[in-house]
Design a protein around this ligand. Sequence first.
Ligand code: FES
Length: 87
Amino acid sequence: MDKIKVEICCGTACYLLGAASLMSIEDELPAEVRGKVEVEARTCLELCEKENLGGAPYVRFNDTEIMAQATPEKVLERIVELAGGDA
Ligand code: FES
């Protein structure tokens, strides 16, 4: 299985609205999904410029799925779901 790609936006808008708290999620991953996830910090994903996406901070999963107003809890939950929900 390919790793789940998680891109955390650390551009100004996202950072100001809480992206810093997302950067530690790699340390909080349940043991079952560790090694299945690749977490990367990104500069502005250019999502903050679009008004209809829900608001920063943004996280992108597997190049396609956008999460707005991301929190560590929401991101961890989604990672577990993407990993097959067995964690
Ligand atoms: S600063 Fe995060 S999408 Fe622009």
